[in-house]
Design a protein around this ligand. Structure first.
Ligand code: DPP
Ligand code: ZN
Length: 877
């Protein structure tokens, strides 16, 4: 399959001014009539260039140009299914009619059926599966959409924009027309039709316009939309207050569907959501689900300006809208509760998903240079690192200049399809700061590594920061990037001894000098995680000191995590060097793991934990974050060659040992923090539950499962129920099987809860590849439902490292089997699942060979999709 390159970008030969669609819905034979008002693009070279229309899986019934049918011999066929028409006048009207089968569409791209309802997904390249069209974001057109369907099967007919009439048709059919006054790229087109019910509300914009809000869900789910609706209204208000951005249509509709490749989609005026990010009741959704809903609803809403009104010129610019919009949703969520805790969670996620990507075979810049399948580039790098880059820019130019830059960006580019350079230029012009060097953050892949050195003499403290970025595929040499380092100095008594500052490290190495200090301070660096880099060079002692004393919550958390990381790595090394491999046997419970050898709880780590526990009630949410040991995956990422067994053994041992050491305090926390009064999902209530359940987990790791059993039996909300079930599932308690069965029996009709049932098991150290494989044969498992696939296959491969990396290779084989099966059903989801196999260089030779063998087995499949092919071939390179 061909590689698409950013440098090959050419403007389209034709623009589309107006699109009029008529869609007669039918499960197997939907008819789509499209009338395109075309105009030759004055900005495109080659006045005679042909009209090129993308098309995929379409059956062409007719094509008429300016009233005259186009004969077969005027239609050139493009690879992939598109059409090429020569000799089109500078202004022309093209009318086509095609037939498509929503029922046959298991890709969930284009028009498909979910639970009997029609739904579309067009980003990135799904519109071409609905009609022939120049399906690229730099073609922005105005759309009218007329939908026609059976009234009984599809009482609800929705599309983009504002409603513009509806009526009856013969034979029990009806129609509805929608007009979208705003020009938009085709990836924002949407249709939803079916038997859905609306939960309604309204929002008055600050200029006094009334917007009708509706969330469409399956009958019976009306009571589960309150949190999403509330999140939507708060998002709308926040964007007005923070950026002066107001909503621009009379209606804002959301539809929630069970079968969806992504989390949600920002289609103009008609967002389509995965039910996972809409539906929430206390009994069925966890606190994390509530937080996810708030974030995703906000994210999609914010796209209305950053993405929809100002869109991307081409898909290489994806982070223009995604990085910026993630930055905006993070900022919004931080404003809703504890900003510090939100930041920790965002950083944890960045490290869990983006740092490994930057270190692996798919490493790419925030603005990629090439791709085979664009769907493979909806990545943590484009999204999360892209958000970090925007965040750094704001730190560098200041909040006020950033806001001015946003105003300028939107004023200049409203209704345009633009590039990341256009965004940076607006920020540069608004702030008067030269950002040309800063733009390297968009162009260079890889996570920069900062090293700290210090010198102290005569009251003068010199902090030396050095940076380097490791090579990534296609980018052997890296330049220094400007790194904003928010910092302070902490004196021996724990007080700040210098004004907190933002240092800018621009060169490969720089000294920063602080005068007039009474004693050598400890540097508190990267406060608030001011740059997405790795930092090293502080001693264990300094980390312990910062964990206890820093005034910055982020650095306190970070230092305790780094302390734990260093400790765990040392323990892993000790196990590796002292035990002959053949004798190893990891007990699933993690106790005294390696053939008779007993691990010991390091007193330094115990002291940090004790101190955290002593202050835990001051900020329960923070304490819950800080008490969690770094994940096995994170520890593996710090090693040149990982050792999944040893890492697992060490982490399990520490959880048990800490649980035993502090059993009384964990038990006390678990009691003190019991929910009093009604269930609430504000930050304080969520924080209390998080800390309480962290305590429960430590007790469970120490073998005390009685509390979990009681909590499971009595829980009235999903957070507590699931936390208790997790303890039981990870234990050898006799209550384990019974609890799993009870949970299944209670929730078998709730797909989102059943996903959790699969995930808990998939991620449990007690689930090996054979057990995961058995779950894939469970009657409730369904390859056609992306949530279900992620809940089992994704969770196992990414969240159960000990089982996935079992020395037998069975974990790898299971994943490869699933990828192969999925590639015939849903290529986007299949390609995503490949990633864990790509990190074979981090495993020992035997595991690496097994991982490669599985990648090769996938690669050898005839008819492999280009997306899966790209991931597999890059992983093997
Ligand atoms: N729906 C996805 C998102 O909002 C892609 N645009 O990030
Ligand atoms: Zn987005």
């Amino acid at each position: 399959p061909p590689t698409i390159r950013r440098e090959d970008y050419r403007p389209p030969a034709f623009l589309v001014e107006q699109v009029d669609l008529h869609i007669a819905l039918h499960p197997t034979a939907t008819r789509v009539r499209a009338r395109l008002a075309l105009r030759r693009n004055p900005d495109a070279a080659g006045a005679a260039a042909a009209l090129e229309l993308d098309g995929e899986a379409l059956r062409l019934l007719s094509a008429v140009l300016d009233g005259a049918p186009l004969p077969e011999d005027r239609l050139g066929h493009l690879p992939g299914g598109g059409l090429r028409i020569e000799g089109v006048p500078d202004a022309a009207v093209l009318e086509t009619e095609v037939e498509i089968s929503p029922e046959a569409n298991s890709e969930l791209s284009g028009l498909y059926l979910s639970g009997g309802n029609y739904v579309t997904q067009c980003e990135a390249e799904g519109f071409r599966r609905i009609t022939y069209f120049p399906d690229r974001p730099d073609v922005m057109a105005r759309y009218t959409t007329t939908l026609e369907a059976d009234r009984a099967a599809c009482p609800v007919l929705l599309s983009n924009g504002n409603p513009d009439g509806a009526g009856e048709l013969p034979d029990g059919r009806h129609w509805a027309r929608w007009v979208d006054p705003h020009p938009k790229p085709s990836y924002l087109f949407a249709v939803v039709a079916g038997d859905l019910v609306a939960v309604r509300d309204s929002f008055t914009t600050r200029s006094g316009r009334e917007v009708a809000l509706a969330i469409y869900v399956r009958r019976g789910d009306e009571d589960a939309c309150g949190h999403a609706m509330d999140s939507l209204k708060r998002s709308m208000r926040w964007d007005e207050e923070t950026y002066g951005l107001e909503y621009d249509l009379d209606v804002f509709n959301i539809a929630a569907v069970s079968d969806f490749n992504m989390g949600a989609m920002e289609n103009k005026g008609l967002n389509v959501f995965n039910t996972k990010y809409i539906l929430a009741r206390p009994e069925t959704a966890t606190d994390m689900d509530y937080e996810g809903i708030e974030t995703v609803v906000a994210h999609e809403y914010f796209h209305n300006w950053t993405g929809n009104r100002v869109t991307c010129r081409d898909w290489f610019q994806l982070s223009l809208k995604e990085g910026l919009t993630v930055f905006r949703d993070q900022h919004f969520s931080a404003d809703q509760g504890s900003a510090a805790v939100k930041r920790l969670a965002d950083v944890r996620r960045l490290r869990a998903a983006q740092f490994p990507e930057d270190a692996g075979p798919m490493a790419h810049p925030v603005r990629p240079d090439s791709y085979v399948e664009i769907n493979n580039f909806y990545t943590a790098t484009v999204y999360q690192k892209g958000a970090e880059v925007v965040r750094m820019m704001r730190a560098l130019i200041g909040a006020e200049n950033f806001r001015r830059g946003m105003d300028l960006y939107i004023a200049r580019h409203d209704n345009q399809a633009v590039t990341i350079e256009d965004f940076v230029r607006a920020m540069q012009d608004a702030s008067g700061t030269d950002l040309s060097r800063f733009s390297r953050w968009y162009a260079q892949a890889g996570t920069p590594e900062l090293r700290v050195r210090e010198a102290f003499a005569d009251g003068r403290y010199t902090l030396t920061l050095a940076q380097s970025t490791p090579p990534t595929p296609g980018q052997p040499e890296k330049l220094p990037v400007p790194v904003p380092v928010a910092m302070g100095l902490i004196g021996p008594e724990g007080a700040e001894v210098a004004e907190p500052r933002l240092l800018l490290l621009e060169e490969a190495e720089q000294d920063f000098v602080f005068e007039g200090l009474a004693a050598k301070p400890v540097p508190s660096l990267l406060r608030g995680f001011s740059a997405p880099v790795k930092l090293s060079g502080l001693t264990l002692e300094q980390l312990g000191f910062l964990a206890a004393h820093d005034t910055d919550a982020f650095v306190r958390w970070e230092s305790s995590q780094q302390y734990a990381t260093a400790t765990m790595l040392a323990m892993v090394e000790a196990l590796r060097s002292q035990e002959p491999k053949a004798e190893r046997a990891v007990h699933a419970s993690g106790d005294a793991a390696f053939s008779g050898r007993t691990l010991e709880l390091p007193e330094g780590l115990a002291a940090i934990t004790g101190a955290l526990l002593g202050r835990a009630l001051e900020d329960p949410a923070f304490a819950a974050e800080a008490l969690a040991l770094p994940s096995e995956e994170f520890i593996a990422d710090q090693m040149t060659i990982a050792d999944p067994e040893a890492i697992h053994a060490v982490r399990q041992f520490l959880r048990g040992a800490l649980g035993r050491r502090f059993a009384a305090r964990f038990a006390a926390l678990h009691e003190t923090l019991a929910d009093a009064g009604p269930y609430r999902t504000d930050g304080a209530a969520i924080g209390r539950r998080a800390l309480r359940n962290a305590a429960l987990a430590y007790l469970g790791a120490a073998g005390e499962t009685g509390r979990a059993e009681a909590q499971f039996a009595g829980a009235t909300n999903m957070t507590d129920s699931l936390a208790a079930l997790r303890v039981l599932v990870d234990s050898d308690s006799p209550a384990r099987e019974q609890a799993l069965a009870a949970f299944h029996a209670r929730w078998k009709e709730e797909p989102l809860v059943l996903d959790k049932w699969f995930t808990l098991q998939a991620m449990s150290p007690r689930t090996d590849a054979a057990a995961a494989e058995a779950l894939s044969r469970h009657p409730d498992f369904d390859l056609r439902n992306p949530n279900r696939v992620r809940s089992l296959v994704g969770a196992f491969a990414a969240g159960n490292p000990a089982a996935f990396h079992a020395a037998s290779g069975e974990g790898y084989r299971f994943l490869a089997d699933m990828v192969i099966a999925l590639d015939a059903v849903n290529t986007q989801v299949a390609a995503r699942m490949v990633s864990p196999l790509g990190h074979w260089k981090r495993q020992d030779a035997a595991r690496g060979a097994r991982m490669r063998a599985e990648l090769e087995r996938i690669a050898a499949r005839p008819g492999l999709s280009k997306g899966t092919y790209e991931k597999v071939s890059k992983s093997l390179a």
